[in-house]
Design a protein around this ligand. Structure first.
Ligand SMILES: [Fe+2]
Length: 197
């Protein structure tokens, strides 16, 4: 395994989690639905914990968590852009619209976050010694939460859009009701809902 690129992944993972804290904080200013608000409050706390977990893991690997990499700057730029997008929607004054923008922003951010952790899991399988141990411990602690963040928020974005168009919508989304934690589970939940309508 190329160690430099594993390190790059960890820098990007840290920046994604740091951006996630800002994104959830801003998304909570946009949210209207009470169930979604409760969910994002929980995910914000979990994301703060993920920041700590990545920092601890990087320190175990001897990495300077403050160091900048070009890839990390790109991740930061995207995170800041998502925050800006939500602020633009808030300024428009249409509350439901800002919630939709926020839900899409969270989904985009969690897509990258989910990918990072999947790759950390893959690296943990191939790494050896203390590096393997550190990566695996972090991955085990975070993986289930990341699955939930991505699949549940994707479901919310879809049903909020459906509702906004005046179409029959089931809230909260089936991904949440069925506590989906896999891509296959998300597809099944959506299919079951479509058959109900
Ligand atoms: Fe996370």
């Amino acid at each position: 395994m190329k160690k430099d690129q594993l390190n790059e992944l960890l820098y990007q993972a840290l920046e994604t989690e740091l951006g996630g804290v800002e994104i959830y904080t801003t998304a909570l200013r946009c949210v209207v639905n009470d169930d979604l608000k409760e969910e994002w409050q929980e995910y914000l706390e979990q994301t703060k914990n993920h920041v700590q977990i990545v920092q601890d893991t990087m320190e175990q690997l001897g990495l300077d968590t403050e160091a900048e990499t070009p890839g990390r700057l790109v991740v930061r730029h995207i995170g800041e852009s998502l925050v800006k997008a939500m602020e633009m929607a808030l300024e428009s004054g249409v509350k439901g619209a800002a919630q939709l923008v926020a839900s899409e922003a969270v989904t985009l951010a969690e897509t990258k976050d989910h990918l990072n952790w999947h790759l950390i899991g893959e690296a943990a399988k191939k790494a050896i010694g203390d590096i393997a141990k550190a990566l695996k411990a972090a991955h085990d602690e975070v993986e289930d939460e990341e699955d939930e963040h991505l699949y549940h928020t994707t479901g919310w974005t879809r049903v909020l859009w459906i509702e906004s168009m005046g179409l029959p919508a089931v809230l909260p989304p089936p991904e949440e009701v069925k506590d989906v934690k896999t891509a296959i589970g998300a597809a099944r939940a959506e299919q079951a809902r479509a058959q109900m309508l």
